[in-house]
Design a protein. Sequence first.
Length: 48
Amino acid sequence: MQRTSNYQLPQWEKEDRIMMEDFNGAMANIENAIDGARSEASAAAAKA
C-alpha cells in the first residue's frame, strides 16, 4: 500500500487488503489536519 506524502493517507491498490486500522488511521489523520487548519485560521483571524 502506498501512502500520500503530506498526511500519510493510504493509497490502496487493487490487490491490497483494506484493514480497519488503515481506514481508521486515515480518518484520524484527516480529523487532525482539519482541526489544525481550523485552529490556525482562528488564530490568524483573531490577530487580524
